[in-house]
Design a protein around this ligand. Structure first.
Ligand code: ZN
Length: 314
């Protein structure tokens, strides 16, 4: 044994592991991505660099680093093995990819396609994965985005800006959306958007009464915010909520609330498409939209990878 070469206990050198910023700044095309992950080993290297699978693995028995061993008959081509204890672990252990029999190449391609909002049929065509599995993984991706939004408090907007001034949040009158899209019989959708950033929220509320709106406002808009709205009775006492945690001004023309209107118009497009063929929850679908909206198109694939890596700490 003393003569055997030192076994590999890391997939990549530690200095090759990427930061969130580096992941976010990458720009992939489908072709370049497929080339980068064209072998089983390259898939594992690609994933380890982005913290989506373990880069090293300790033996659960002796706590020594396990070896990264070729395993031709396995779907991933490699596995972790403690040579002393003969204990094995899948390279997918604890990862987003655990428990699946789909190749890592296909799953990475699927995440890419979903990130760029490809229609279901195109994802099935590009990845050659069965429809039911594609739908399941698209939903997993959606859930990761939703968890990211909640972890980072992206649905709480406004407050005091870095310059010490109140952040301006525009809110709109609640809108009724077609009932079949909503979880309750007669729900309304209410939204707000920071005027000078991408941050916004859209939520279901049970009715358009002052009580429901006040509850949604205090849940999603931080104290210190300056709120702008049109003049409707339900918004009349915003400046008095909790003895005055917000300032409020009424804008006369509808044009002042166009930011939040636009947010809602764009969300509706996504909702209409998704609800044509599935049973995704309204809030999950809206949160997917808000995640995409907060990131901006160019960075979306990296943002989804970061969301996954944060949730599955390998
Ligand atoms: Zn061991």
């Amino acid at each position: 044994m003393a003569d055997s070469p030192k076994e590999r206990t890391e997939i990549v050198n530690l200095d090759q592991i990427m930061t969130d910023q580096q992941i976010k700044e990458e720009r992939w095309t489908f072709t370049a991505l497929s080339e980068a992950i064209n072998t089983k080993e390259n898939c594992l290297i690609w994933l380890a660099k982005r913290r989506l699978i373990k880069n090293s693995c300790k033996c659960i028995n002796c706590h020594q680093p396990a070896s990264f061993i070729s395993y031709e008959q396995g779907i991933d081509g490699f596995r972790w093995l403690c040579l002393d204890c003969n204990i094995r672990k899948s390279v997918r252990d604890n990862s987003f990819f655990g428990g699946s029999h789909i190749s890592l190449l296909q799953l990475i391609q699927l995440i890419y396609c979903w990130s760029y909002d490809m229609p279901l049929d195109n994802i099935i065509h590009e990845t050659k994965i069965y429809k039911e599995t594609v739908i399941a993984y698209c939903n997993f991706c959606r859930e990761e985005c939703e968890k990211y939004i909640n972890r980072h408090g992206l649905l709480e907007i406004g407050g005091i800006g870095d310059n010490g001034e109140p952040i301006i949040v525009e809110i709109n009158e609640p809108k009724q959306f077609k009932r079949k899209y909503l979880t309750c019989e007669s729900c309304w959708v209410f939204g707000g958007k920071e005027r000078h950033s991408r941050k916004g929220f859209l939520v279901e509320i049970p009715d358009n009464t002052k009580a429901s709106l006040t509850e949604a406002i205090t849940k999603h808009i931080l104290p210190g915010t300056h709120i702008e709205s049109r003049s409707i009775a339900a918004f009349a006492n915003i400046a008095k909520i909790h003895s005055g945690i917000y300032s409020h001004s009424v804008v006369k023309q509808q044009v002042h609330t166009t930011n939040v209107e636009k947010l809602w118009m764009r969300a509706k497009r996504l909702l209409r498409r998704q609800f044509g063929s599935s049973t995704i929850q309204f809030s999950t679908s809206v949160n997917e939209f808000l995640f995409r909206n907060s990131i901006g198109d160019g960075h979306i694939f990296g943002a989804v990878l970061i969301a996954i890596a944060e949730d599955y700490v390998v």
